[in-house]
Design a protein around this ligand. Structure first.
Ligand SMILES: [Zn+2]
Length: 189
């Protein structure tokens, strides 16, 4: 998956180390022009610092930056979502015989149940498949997608083939796989 080349060079965990950083990133990505009510689209919105919640003065709806997104009412922290999505993107970039992220891996990292880990992985994978609309990808894929060399059409099939080659050339081999495998095996959110 070419999104791998767009992940932060320092790694998702390092780029988004805590809840405040993740929340700020989500706010920027979701509302580049400022907060907007998810129900009536009004931008006449107030913010309650203590509850980190917004309220719409037009329709009186209360909401958070995660409301009506894949993070809606999630029990998991944004850090957990961001890092798991990074792991899933890395997993998809490599052949299954080289590296395979399992639901059990996610379960142990998040210290959660198997069904909850599975559900999160499904939500992330479904979101990532929406390509340019993927909220998750727009949050954590902070690098520009590498442009193709001369003679290869941008976004064409050969561009993707070339990008896949870059994953192996730039990040592949035993070293990259080792760095993925040696990530912390458990994290408490
Ligand atoms: Zn409203």
């Amino acid at each position: 998956m070419q999104l791998y080349l767009q992940l932060p060079a320092v790694g998702v965990r390092e780029a988004f180390p805590n809840e405040d950083v993740c929340r700020e990133r989500l706010i920027d990505v979701r509302w580049p022009a400022g907060p907007e009510c998810p129900m009536c689209r009004s931008d006449d919105v107030g913010f309650l610092e203590t509850r980190r919640s917004y309220h719409c003065r037009a329709c009186l709806t209360q909401f958070t930056v995660g409301s009506h997104t894949i993070f809606h009412r999630s029990r998991f922290s944004l850090v957990s979502w961001f890092t798991t999505a990074g792991d899933i993107i890395a997993d998809a970039a490599f052949d299954a015989d080289v590296y395979r992220l399992t639901v059990s891996d996610i379960q142990s990292r998040l210290a959660t149940s198997h069904p909850a880990a599975n559900r999160m992985a499904e939500i992330i994978r479904r979101d990532l498949m929406t390509a340019d609309d993927s909220l998750m990808a727009r949050c954590i894929c902070t690098n520009e997608r590498p442009a193709p060399p001369d003679g290869i059409e941008e976004s064409g099939r050969s561009h993707y083939t070339w990008l896949n080659g870059q994953i192996i050339a730039h990040h592949g081999g035993a070293e990259a796989v080792h760095s993925i495998r040696s990530r912390p095996s458990s994290e408490t959110a």
